[in-house]
Each structure stands twice: as C-alpha cells, then as structure tokens.
Design a protein around this ligand. Structure first.
Ligand SMILES: C[S@@+](CC[C@H](N)C(=O)[O-])C[C@H]1O[C@@H](n2cnc3c(N)ncnc32)[C@H](O)[C@@H]1O
Length: 346
C-alpha cells in the first residue's frame, strides 16, 4: 500500500491528507478494499450492530414511525452496511424494501445474501428514482476522507503527506480556500498548535444524500460531538487508527493495514442539514435508543431472567442475559451510549 501512495506522490506531488486517506482506506490494497470483513468481532473494531442485534431491532421502531409519517412508497437504505448486522435484525422486526450501499467487496458479498445482489450498490446515486424512506449509517462518516489543519498564530496551515526515505511524512502546506472556509465556520475555539480534521467529504456526502431524499429521514450514528464538545480535544486533534480492537500506529506508518478515523463534527453536519432544508436534531445514542424503547426491552429481559432463575431453562436464561448485557453496552453513557446521532428529516 505504501508503494501505491509513494507512486501517487511521485506523480502528483505531496498529497492533501484526504487524498492520502482515500487511497489508504479505499484505493488498491486499501484497508476497506481488502477481501476481509472489517467490522466483525474478530476484526479491528466492534460496532453497535456487531455487538447486539437489539441495535437493529430497536431501529425498526424508528423506521416504523417514519413509514407511518410519510406513507408509501417507502424504502430503507443502509449506507456502509458492513456485514449486514444492522439490517438483518431490523428487517426481521420490520420487513421493508431494503438497499445496502457499500464499497468493500467482502461486505458486498455478505449483503447480497441479505437483500439480493441487485440491491447492493456502491453509492446512493445508483438507487433508481427519488428516494422516500430512511437512510441509515453507523460509523460511515468517521471514515470519510478528511483534510488536516493546524492553527498557527498567523492562521491555518494544512498538513499534507510527502515521501521521505522509504516512508511517509507530514509536510506543511498553505490552507486551501475551501479548507479555510470550513474551519472558519465550524472549528470553534482552537489553541495555537491545535489540530482539526476538516470534514469536507462528510459535508458533501450529507448534501448529496439530502438531495436524493424526497421524504423521510437520514440517521447517522458515530463517535464525535459538536465543536464545543470537541474543544478540549483540539490541542492534539482526534485523528487516530484502529487495529485489533486497540489504537493502532500513527496514520502514516502502515497505510492499508489500519482503520484511519477521527471524531465526527456533528455541529457541522447539523448546520449543513438545516441549510439543505431539513429539520435536523442531534441526539446521544443512549437517549435515542431509550426513546425508541430499548430500556423497556432491557427491563423485560431482566424480568424474564428472574423468572427463569426460579427453575427455568439455564440455557435460555444465559442467552437472555447475553442479549440484555449487549443492550446495556449500547446504552453505556461513557461508551457506545455517548455516540452522537444526527436525525435529519425532510
Ligand atoms: C466502520 S465500518 C462500519 C460498518 C457497519 N456500519 C457497522 O457499524 O458495523 C465502515 C464501513 O463503511 C464503508 N464505507 C466507507 N465509505 C463508504 C461510502 N462512501 N459508501 C459506502 N460505504 C462506505 C466501509 O467499506 C466499511 O464497511
């Protein structure tokens, strides 16, 4: 992979970080281009739908409410659908026409079995007709390529990627106008030396998705916060890699072998959604799942476990306990419950 990036630098000169990130994640030999499913329990990170089928099952309630609100025709689209671990329980609880948008070949093969190969596509544009329904994505936006910028006393400097010896290094470059504009609008207070991930691709993706949606909702789950919430993390920035469920090496060290990611600026996404004419709300994941009934489901599981403790089937009790503990992890206020959710309705 480093070879592909070094060749790109030989041809194009130093690369803006978002170009490097796009190659490292989605280019030939890239992290998500490999024939390995990344978001599974044996993979590099464990996501909400991989952790518990109750994530998808709970979101079936949200899909049902939207269906009641906008009527037919109605379709569900999951973007970055991974192994299908969100769609599978959701569709079991609420069978609706479903599409999956994925770039990873390994994930596309798994999704074809779930929704049919003709409904697995590479982008929203490939779904025919105007869209009415719900577009869901869990942990998509944190992987969309970002530019990197540093606050200097005199203004903003970008960090680009160049070759040095056999490796890759960051080099400073003047901030491009679109990067400066995003920073001025969304970065919030950043101390000198502080680093910001500039989420231009996320903004473009959301605008395009809202442009495709005639009626319904876009629901985006991810780690991140508003600029205010991210302020204390600006001194070092939030760019990082994951491998084997742990933080991985610095992003330039092993491109293609690590997941490159950063916290999502949800304040920017909310503003962009509103500018596009949507009614946009920000939720915490624990609060949204609670509003959709997950805490009541946990209480019901608990009650049934107690009944089974008085002479019921131990295997059934163990499986209910596992289900309940998975749901509690989705709601954990300092873990997955602390994820943010953008709900943008049109
Ligand atoms: C962190 S995984 C999340 C997978 C799944 N949503 C989950 O929660 O388990 C990110 C996924 O996003 C996919 N992806 C990244 N950019 C994408 C894009 N522009 N369109 C569709 N899928 C994308 C990757 O292939 C990968 O499967």
């Amino acid at each position: 992979m480093t070879r592909v990036i070094r060749e790109a630098i030989a041809a194009e000169g130093p690369l803006p970080f978002e170009r490097f990130m796009a190659l490292a994640l989605y280019g030939e030999g890239g992290y998500f281009a490999a024939h390995t499913l990344r978001s599974v329990s044996s993979g590099d990170f464990l996501t909400s739908p991989e952790l518990s089928p109750l994530f998808g099952e709970t979101l079936a309630e949200l899909v049902g409410r939207e269906q009641a609100r906008i009527g037919e025709p109605f379709a569900l689209v999951e973007v970055a659908a991974g192994s299908g671990s969100l769609l599978r329980p959701l569709l079991r609880a609420r069978p609706v026409e479903a599409w999956a948008v994925e770039l990873s070949p390994a994930a596309r093969a798994a999704l074809a079995e779930l929704v049919g190969a003709e409904r697995v596509v590479g982008s929203l544009e490939q779904i025919p007709g105007p869209l009415r329904g719900v577009i869901l994505a869990n942990e998509l936006v944190d992987n969309l390529p970002m530019a990197l910028a540093r606050r200097e006393a005199a203004g903003w400097v970008e960090q680009w990627v160049d070759r040095e010896g056999d490796g890759l290094v960051f080099v400073d470059a003047p901030a491009r106008p679109e990067v400066e504009q995003w920073l001025e609008r969304f970065a919030g207070p950043v101390p000198p030396g502080g680093q910001v991930e500039v989420q231009l691709a996320a903004a473009a993706w959301l605008r395009a998705a809202l442009g495709r949606l005639e009626a319904g909702a876009i629901v985006l789950f991810d780690y991140g916060d508003t600029a205010e919430g991210l302020a204390r993390r600006r001194p070092e920035g939030t760019l990082r890699t994951y491998r084997d469920h742990h933080l991985g090496p610095p992003p330039l060290d092993e491109p293609g072998a690590t997941d490159i990611t950063a916290d999502v600026d949800f304040g920017a996404l909310q503003t962009i959604a509103r500018e596009a004419g949507a009614r946009a709300e920000l939720w915490r994941q624990d609060e949204l799942l609670e509003a959709l009934g997950l805490r009541e489901r946990v209480a019901r599981l608990h009650r049934r476990e107690r009944e089974l403790a008085r002479g019921g089937d131990p295997e059934e009790r163990a499986s209910l306990r596992a289900l309940r503990e998975g749901a509690e992890t989705l709601l954990h206020p300092r873990g997955l419950g602390d994820f943010r959710v953008l709900v943008a309705r049109v």
